[in-house]
Design a protein around this ligand. Structure first.
Ligand SMILES: Nc1ncnc2c1ncn2[C@@H]1O[C@H](COP(=O)(O)OP(=O)(O)O)[C@@H](O)[C@H]1O
Ligand SMILES: [Mg+2]
Length: 205
């Protein structure tokens, strides 16, 4: 199982679009995929869940005795269920989750603990995160094997990368300059606006 966190505290850089489309592609290729929507805006859930707010990762984050498996839904598009693609949906309730878990010891590890109770075989877990660096995002960093950080070639998008990598180093316990995350900050971005054109939403029926 590979857990991929998709993050950048800048909004509108295609985090959710990557999650929607990469998830669909992997599932369509026969992989069993679980999406996790940690953004209170719940755009990912709105695309794949008919009744947003019915099942909610919020309960899993705020109640350590809550069974994570009961909040998983199979993804559906307008008129059919998507084979192999499942979701732990989010909702506006997530906006208050950060505050509710703020007093907990090891609050960055809540999702890690809850995922240890996950049943079934999963090839990939893709985590969509909010456009902010908070405890919820730290939970995603902590649990991720790989990170995808979509950016657009604008000053504010690039400015945020340094803070994000600082957070990654902190949560992952990296220090020194001998790791790829720490080194990243020394690279000048070499992309051009042509190579970073926004991809938009692709969906295959
Ligand atoms: N369903 C959609 N149809 C058309 N454009 C969309 C749709 N959803 C998002 N977009 C656009 O795609 C871009 C990336 O959005 P999104 O993936 O939601 O970014 P993020 O999750 O990083 O905030 C934005 O410009 C957004 O307006
Ligand atoms: Mg989003």
């Amino acid at each position: 199982m590979v857990i991929i966190g998709i993050m950048n505290q800048k909004g509108g850089v295609n985090k959710t679009s990557v999650c929607v489309n990469l998830g669909f592609f992997l599932a369509d290729s026969g992989k069993r995929v679980l999406l996790i929507d940690l953004d209170s805006q719940a755009n990912l859930s709105e695309i794949y869940v008919e009744n947003v707010g019915n099942k909610d990762i919020y309960y899993v984050l705020t109640d350590e005795d809550h069974d994570i498996n009961t909040e998983i839904a199979q993804c559906e598009l307008k008129d059919y269920l998507v084979e192999n693609l499942y979701i732990l949906p989010g909702s506006i309730r997530l906006a208050k989750a950060t505050e509710e878990i703020s007093g907990q010891i090891q609050r960055e590890r809540i999702l890690e603990r809850q995922l240890s109770f996950l049943e079934g075989e999963w090839d990939y877990i893709l985590i969509d995160t909010p456009p902010i660096l908070n405890t919820i995002t730290y939970n995603a960093i902590n649990i991720s094997d790989k990170l995808i950080i979509p950016i657009n070639y604008g000053k504010y998008s690039l400015d945020g990368i340094y803070d994000l990598f600082q957070a990654i180093n902190k949560v992952k316990g990296f220090d020194g300059i001998d790791n790829e995350f720490q080194n990243y900050k020394y690279y000048e971005p070499c992309m051009t606006s042509e190579t970073l054109q926004q991809t938009g939403i692709l969906r295959k029926k």
